[in-house]
Design a protein around this ligand. Structure first.
Ligand SMILES: C[S@@+](CC[C@H](N)C(=O)[O-])C[C@H]1O[C@@H](n2cnc3c(N)ncnc32)[C@H](O)[C@@H]1O
Length: 332
């Protein structure tokens, strides 16, 4: 597997600087927050892989069962002798492997370009993929759009972009629209997109998935405190915070927070600044929005895509939706 690390070649300093700026901005705000993308350092990526295999976390196994079946159909729907499969936020790639094998079994040459901000995720992915003479793998360690813009310069093949795992759920409606429009700009008329959406369901199932019985999600959230300690010289004591994850029905999203268990001031060396936390003050880490089929259809049509097919599971827990780029959309 060829690997290009855009964080190292271009902007490792910019990347650490972005983390410092986002922490400074997020912890200085009246309602404190830290963006969810910072979960994924080496430890965070390994913890997420364990969460995704946990029986309480229905999302990954449900999506796996959907893609297992979809992989028999999608290569026939996107007729091509060679395709670039680009995966955004690829993680360990065990679901993408099913689709790659589907194309290979149909005699299609595959160039697989996983893009992930975490180098650790890319290592885990490398261990999952098998070697095939018709498969070329080029991993890109980068954020979504730096990776996509880099790839735009190296290939003009027909593309299938994967955005799995309900990663899109981390965006609110406005951010989803902005993301999809930006993605549309990088793609051509014959290109396709497969996006994983977690559907609305009873709160009990959601709460259980994001509060697994082995405390893996708790460790995943708490790891952000360790990351700030290590990378920014923070002085957080994880024992003085608790993880709180719950379904918020008014915004129709799972929310993850860290809550300060006492009044405390925490100094971060690299920011040369102390941050005050009141007792029981929350720090918002992540919202995972849940969807209806109508909302998925709207997101496609309002952002320049045609829905080709929704693939779902027996419980209707999750949808992987295949879209085609619709370039006439701009003229509508
Ligand atoms: C929830 S995991 C999902 C992994 C995989 N897609 C799956 O379905 O199992 C999110 C992945 O996206 C990556 N990620 C998060 N934000 C990113 C960003 N802005 N740019 C690139 N990768 C990102 C993380 O490192 C992580 O591997």
């Amino acid at each position: 597997m060829k690997l290009t690390n855009l964080l190292v070649t271009n902007n490792l300093n910019e990347h650490s600087e972005a983390f410092a700026i986002d922490v400074l901005t997020g912890l200085s705000a009246q309602k404190k927050s830290i963006p969810a993308q910072y979960f994924y350092d080496d430890i965070g990526s390994e913890l997420f892989q364990k969460i995704s295999q946990h029986p309480d976390y229905y999302l990954t196994k449900t999506e796996f069962s959907i893609i297992e079946k979809a992989a028999l159909h999608i290569p026939k729907m996107i007729q091509s002798s060679e395709i670039d499969i680009i995966e955004l936020g690829a993680g360990d790639g065990h679901k993408s492997k099913l689709l790659i094998d589907g194309f290979l079994n149909n005699g299609c040459k595959v160039n697989f370009y996983p893009i992930d901000i975490s180098e650790k995720a890319m290592q885990l992915l490398g261990e999952n993929l098998s070697i095939d003479t018709n498969l070329a793998i080029h991993g890109v360690v980068a954020d979504y759009f730096s990776g996509l813009n880099y790839l735009k310069k190296i290939s003009n093949n027909k593309k299938l972009v994967l955005f799995l795992g309900s990663n899109i759920g981390n965006f609110n409606q406005q951010q989803s629209g902005d993301f999809l429009k930006k993605l549309w700009l990088t793609l051509n008329q014959s290109d396709h997109l497969l996006i994983g959406y977690d559907l609305k369901k009873e709160a009990h199932t959601l709460n259980k998935a994001y509060n697994d019985s082995d405390g893996l999600t708790k460790a995943f959230n708490m790891n952000l405190l360790n990351r700030m300690n290590q990378e920014l010289g923070g002085h957080f004591d994880p024992a003085k915070f608790e993880h709180y994850g719950f379904y918020n029905p008014t915004i129709e999203a799972m929310e993850s927070h860290l809550i300060s268990l006492e009044k405390q001031d925490i100094y971060i060396d690299s920011l040369e600044k102390s941050f005050h936390f009141d007792a029981f003050e929350p720090v918002h880490l992540e919202s995972s929005y849940k969807f209806t089929v109508a909302e998925i259809n709207n997101l496609a049509t309002h952002n320049g895509f045609k829905v080709v097919q929704h693939f779902s599971d027996v419980n209707d827990y999750f949808i992987d939706s295949l879209w085609q780029v619709h370039k006439d959309f701009a003229a509508e």
